[in-house]
Design a protein around this ligand. Sequence first.
Ligand SMILES: [Zn+2]
Length: 96
Amino acid sequence: MVNRYNGPDPEPSGHERQRLLAEVCPPGSRCHLCGELIENGLRRWHPRGPSMDHLLPRSKGGTWDRHNLAPAHYGCNSTRGNTDLLVKRTRRSRDW
Ligand SMILES: [Zn+2]
């Protein structure tokens, strides 16, 4: 098995993150939060673009293990409040 994710939940760096993202969100994936199709090929961090949501939030001990990740829109993921990913404050949301 992969031992890479043992230990204190190391966050995957850029390349590894991209690989994981491609695995979690292959073309045609549906957001597990809203059920809509995720659109690939959008600019990075687009609200309709792909992101990985932690089924068990990292704050509760969730890891970057593939089995703890589900495809979600970046926007849905952010709205949910699980903003572990790099959230740039390009949008002003009052939903928080
Ligand atoms: Zn969604």
